[in-house]
Design a protein around this ligand. Structure first.
Ligand code: AMP
Length: 360
């Protein structure tokens, strides 16, 4: 696709953000030093992004009057989570630039479309089969073997909407648990490590990516990101980065794009993409010359992208989930640690309450 030629949004403008969670909060915090205001649009009662934004609209994503008023009050619109209804973005695109646009959402919202898209660009993914019935699942298991992972095509995150199938006798129960249709079966990838590549692309097609980071998940949720990713084969990182560039170019992408990979002996295996700032990029706030949040603001406003080098020999980010938030006194006592709390009221188990980044 040709590069988008939209206008530059100079400092002083207002950035509209769909979604009001911690990613929107950190985007709003990064927009302020560049002279931008933010306007959060989201339906939830608790909007931790609204605590640090000049404007908030609390309304449903299909409330066209509220969306029109929101669009009229901002200069550019972005989103902080990928499950914004595609129709909402299509409607807003008729009113103001939405960056990244609906093409990226359409691909990222559906694991099946995403895998086919990436394969079409020459990327390697886990072997997969669409599943809409028990017969599909049994045929898929016969082809891919056990263990395998059955996932919902849409709305899965942090390991939710997934079932591991260890034997074909697990199939019927896993299928029923996940709703029986609109599923994807993935062969189990025996990876050595997981990593992500975070790239930013501006409206003119200018691109920059941060150093690859190694990620460790626990129970499907990101626990730790570590940079530099010394144990990765540099040739594999280069191949993964080249794929992310092809993805961004093919989508005419504007903003920060995060892609997660499995590091395998034969090369990188693409897992999934997030058309937004990403948890595995939180280390960039203190650890990189430009944070992923500032980089996203620069990209969607058409400003020059910032440098992406490391600020320390080693940077490690840990998520604070649920009751981990109680560790804050010890974290504040550690001179290497930078604490970020998201201001959420309830420390539900597994909920992302904050993170801590250490420069070593
Ligand atoms: P996802 O939500 O698809 O990113 O899955 C969450 C985590 O589950 C991943 O980061 C991996 O640790 C693991 N996982 C997901 N899919 C696979 C797969 N096909 N093979 C092996 N592990 C997987």
């Amino acid at each position: 696709m040709p590069p988008e030629t939209g206008a530059i949004i100079p400092p002083g403008g207002t950035i509209g953000i769909l979604g009001g969670g911690q990613l929107g909060r950190m985007l709003a915090l990064a927009a302020a030093p560049l002279g931008y205001r933010t306007h959060i649009f989201a339906p939830e009662a608790e909007l931790v992004a609204a605590d640090v934004s000049a404007h908030v609209t609390r309304a449903a994503y299909d409330d066209k009057a509220a969306l029109s008023a929101f669009a009229a009050s901002v200069d550019v619109i972005t989103y902080e989570f990928e499950n914004v209804p595609s129709g909402t973005v299509a409607f807003l695109e008729g009113l103001k630039p939405v960056r990244p646009g609906h093409q990226a959402l359409d691909v990222a919202q559906d694991r099946l479309a995403e895998k086919r898209f990436v394969e079409g660009l020459g990327g390697c993914t886990a072997p997969f089969r669409p599943v809409d019935s028990l017969a599909d699942l049994e045929a898929g298991l016969a082809a891919l073997g056990c263990p395998a992972i059955l996932k919902t095509r849409r709305f899965g995150y942090d390991g939710k909407g997934q079932a591991r199938i260890h034997a074909s006798s697990d199939a019927a129960a896993a299928l029923a648990d996940l709703g029986g249709r609109d599923l994807i079966l993935e062969g189990f990838v025996r990876f050595d490590a997981e990593f992500s590549i975070i790239l930013a692309r501006g409206p003119s097609g200018e691109e920059r990516h941060f150093p690859a980071c190694l990620n460790r998940h626990e129970g499907g949720i990101l626990a730790e990101s570590r940079v530099p990713a010394r144990k990765l084969d540099p040739a594999h990182v280069e191949a993964a980065t080249a794929l992310v560039v092809r993805i961004a170019d093919a989508l005419g992408y504007v903003g920060v794009l995060a892609c997660e990979f499995f590091a395998c002996a034969d090369g990188p295996v693409f897992n999934e993409m997030a058309p937004r700032v990403h948890n595995s990029g939180h280390w960039t706030i203190e650890g990189a010359e430009t944070s992923q949040f500032e980089q996203h603001v620069r990209a969607i406003c058409g400003l020059p992208l910032g440098p992406v080098g490391l600020r320390a020999p080693e940077v490690v980010m840990h998520n604070l989930l649920g009751q981990d938030i109680g560790q804050w006194p010890a974290i504040l006592a550690d001179p290497a640690a930078h604490l970020h709390l998201y201001g959420k009221s309830e420390a539900v188990p597994g909920r992302k309450m904050g993170h801590v980044t250490r420069l070593l």
